[in-house]
Design a protein around this ligand. Sequence first.
Ligand code: GLN
Length: 258
Amino acid sequence: MKKFSLIILVIVALFSLTACGDSSKKESKETKSDKKKVYKVGVDATYPPFEWQVNGEYKGIDIDLIKAIADKAGFEIEIQSMDFKGIIPALQSKQLDISIAGMSITDERKKIIDFSNPYFDAGLSVVVSKDNTSIKSGADLNGKTIAVKKGTSGATYAVENFASKGAKVIQFDNSPAMFEEVKAGRADALIEDYPVISYAIVDQKLPLKVVGDRLNADQYGIGVLKGSNDGLVKQINDALAELKADGTYQEIVDQYLK
Ligand code: GLN
């Protein structure tokens, strides 16, 4: 009796081992052929209408756009939010594969990043308190205190064009902190991307206003670390072109900007 149960045990053990071997073989085959690539995408989730979070869900133009691009191009994404200033370093350290963060295409950044074709025309604006009557454009910023966001094209612009004329430039980690500074009267002006500040003024009923013409014609691009992308930028560009041609791109934009 004892011998009999031992034999059964051995048979069962052998059987399960073979079964196990088989299924793991099958799984690894599937992993190779069917599993899509997962790319880590960095966003600046304090940046409506491009990206923000509502009840833990990411939403906005950048979010919908990168999801639609991933669907078309056949890859998956995992979104990670961080302060804007952390996004380029995170691409460099390969913590991120892709950036979509209302990020302007600049010559300086092109040394580090391969950008997609432009997907949105933005441009920088000077913003002051609603009842400020003395600052009517960038020309009136001499000697004033200007709030900017660290690592942005707005920060670079303010340092290069206004600090040299005696303005004091103070830097913040995110856009809401910068808006607060002007609201509270601790800064005379701030520099922000036009579509973002005009959306925030209406949506959050901010007591701020845009003055003068846009300072530049910044355009947004989706970024990938230079030289590390293995055709990823082309995949993104092809998907973007298809989404523009089939109307999906415009539908996404219209959903957030009316
Ligand atoms: N467009 C600006 C830049 O690229 C600001 C982006 C942002 O604050 N998310 O620097």
